[in-house]
Design a protein around this ligand. Structure first.
Ligand code: PLP
Length: 378
């Protein structure tokens, strides 16, 4: 028995993505920069995927760059904007709950001499657009904010914040890490008011090692690495056509089913919460109005890693907080008001639409056994 409840860390690639990747490895293997027919065939596959991904977020194909993943997309975005627009305007605004890819890039820019202002959620775990507007001054070049928090599923008010901040200073460039919201929440870049936006393939049933960066037409980004002219010179190097085709296929298949999959996830979440409420000493850390795919909760008195391994030995894969931090407490739960002791015993369940209530029953049964045996072992 294998139960996979860690879809926010990564997903199993869908059949369509695997087939598209295989086709490129075996048939459309050309270099898209080559001038002959074999190269052109690869170029056409890539164009198609670019168009699909652009269409999914309301962008045009020329506004999409392919990268190796969201971490690289974000690095190109933040460094590129800071170095183009930040010569004199050295303030960057972000939040205290970002994924490491944004958090560490902002830390790095701070070391380079940028002033980074980090906005915290209010006591109720919600962000107030007024706090961002207060942080804006005429020296602000960039605001970066995630769409959905990967640890709790909290949906951030990106549209309201970006609109309010641009009203206060229209020159500010906005970047959104939309990794956990893509194909789960419907959004368009124009609605969000995002000038740049990062996406990842492996969170949406495509392969690892592929991502995309949206850059609104007219926004200038200086390159982080130098080389050929691929991806407008912003991501030089031969494109990974197979992985690009896989991402295109995954988007094509999952875009029409956003609402249907979200309601399946909501049903699973409701069931999980109901079943958890039958157990003792459980605290729910995710907000009630969060993304239905992510439920973060603490099993009081048992450290996350202990319960995680107990479940893993019984064929159930879950995560403790953020996967990228390898189980280390990233501090993000604390920012959302979770007390340190509870943060140390937090587990994250993240669904895909194929999970079942029977799997949740098994999880609950195992947590119950874990509570009895692990508590007693202490
Ligand atoms: N941003 C968020 C919110 C994530 O959850 C992740 C992955 O954990 C990333 C960025 C990084 O994505 P990638 O693995 O494609 O670099």
């Amino acid at each position: 028995m294998e139960i996979y409840f860690d879809n926010a860390a990564t997903t199993r690639p869908c059949k369509e993505a695997v087939e598209a990747i295989t086709r490129c490895l075996t048939e459309t293997y050309g270099n898209p920069s080559s001038l002959h027919g074999v190269g052109l065939a690869a170029q056409l596959v890539m164009d198609e995927a670019r168009k699909t991904i652009a269409g999914a977020i309301g962008a045009s194909a020329e506004e999409i760059l392919f990268t190796s993943g969201a971490t690289e997309s974000t690095a190109i975005a933040l460094h590129g904007i800071a170095h183009t627009y930040g010569r004199h305007n050295r303030r960057i605004i972000t939040t205290t709950v970002e994924h490491a890819s944004v958090r560490e890039t902002c830390n790095h820019l701070e070391e380079e001499g940028f002033e980074v202002v980090r906005i915290r959620p209010r006591e109720d775990g919600k962000f107030d657009p007024a706090d961002f507007v207060s942080a804006v001054n005429d020296k602000t070049c960039l605001l970066t904010m995630m769409l959905v928090n990967n640890e709790t599923g909290t949906i951030l008010p990106v549209e309201q914040v970006f609109r309010a901040v641009k009203r206060a200073n229209p020159k500010i460039i906005t970047h959104c890490d939309a990794v956990q919201g893509f194909l789960k929440l419907p959004f368009r870049v124009s609605g969000l008011q995002a000038d740049l936006l990062s996406l990842s393939g492996h969170k949406i049933y495509a392969a690892k090692g592929i991502g995309a960066l949206y850059i609104r037409k007219g926004v200038r980004v200086s390159p982080l690495i130098h080389g050929g002219k691929q991806e407008k010179g912003l991501r030089p190097g031969t494109e990974s056509v197979p992985l690009i085709a896989g991402m295109g296929a995954a988007v094509r298949i999952h875009l029409p089913t956003i609402a249907e999959r979200a309601s399946a996830a909501a049903e699973l979440r409701t069931y999980l919460l109901e079943r958890l409420s039958s157990l003792d000493e459980i605290t729910i850390n995710s907000p009630a109005d969060g993304l239905p795919y992510i439920v973060n909760f603490s099993v009081q008195g048992i450290r996350s890693e202990i319960l995680l391994h107990f479940l893993e030995e019984r064929g159930i894969s879950v995560s403790s907080g953020s996967a990228c931090s390898k189980g280390a407490n990233s501090g993000v739960l604390g920012e959302f008001g979770v007390k340190p002791q509870l943060a140390d015993s937090a587990l994250r369940i993240s669904f895909c639409h194929n999970n079942t209530k029977t799997e949740i029953d098994t999880l609950i049964e195992m947590i119950k056994i874990g509570q009895n045996t692990l508590h007693r072992a202490k």
